[in-house]
Design a protein around this ligand. Structure first.
Ligand code: K1U
Ligand code: ZN
Length: 173
């Protein structure tokens, strides 16, 4: 396994809709393993392929928060939301591509998602709580959408300016 570099907003690769995965190859499994390692290292609860510069519909997540509970690493290939609850929930979201910036985002409280797993088998699950928030945030990444796109334009501009500055500073060292 290897750590991958996480792209920082603004980057055109984070705005581009990703291509469906056609075959579950050894290369794709390696990418999923690397993404999980990169997510745990960050640390984060989710990561989508475009955040590591790969324009494929693959995301990983593990939203187990309870101390001492076993981890639940998940890799979702070609995820599709097939049902969303009318009930919504608001969560103060962050993003590994937008470090140290947070904003309230309202989303459906529960979603049913279908996907293909790393063995090529079809899967379906209804997510709630943080899992539901996270899977929607990550699927947004696959569609080229960031959580700041839900914020007011002025707040979005402020965050983007901060990220431009951060990238300039990081490029200097
Ligand atoms: O997609 C990403 O950028 C990862 C992001 C996922 C996410 C966070 C919050 C709401 C929805 C989706 C993160 O993991 S940001 C880091 C984070 O939330 C976290 C870090 C350490 C412990 C617990 C949470
Ligand atoms: Zn994100």
């Amino acid at each position: 396994m290897a750590l991958r570099e996480i792209l920082i907003h603004p980057d055109p690769r984070l705005k581009k809709p990703c291509t469906p995965v056609e075959d579950v190859t050894a290369e794709l499994r390696k990418l999923a393993d690397d993404m999980l390692e990169t997510m745990y290292d960050a640390p984060g609860i989710g990561l989508a392929a475009p955040q590591v510069g790969v324009s494929s519909r693959l995301l990983v997540m593990d939203c187990v928060k309870e101390e001492g509970a076993p981890p639940r690493p998940m890799a979702l290939i070609n995820p599709v939301i097939t049902w969303s609850s009318d009930e919504t929930s608001t969560y103060e979201e962050g993003c590994l591509s937008i470090p140290d910036q947070y904003g309230d985002v309202e989303r459906p409280a529960e979603v049913t998602v279908t996907w293909t797993d790393l063995d090529g088998a079809p899967q379906e699950e209804t997510f709630s709580g943080l899992w539901a928030t996270c899977v929607q945030h990550e699927i947004d990444h696959l569609d080229g959408k960031l959580f700041i796109d839900y914020l007011k334009p002025l707040r979005r501009q402020m965050i983007t300016r901060k990220m431009v500055k951060l990238k300039r500073e990081r490029a200097r060292v």
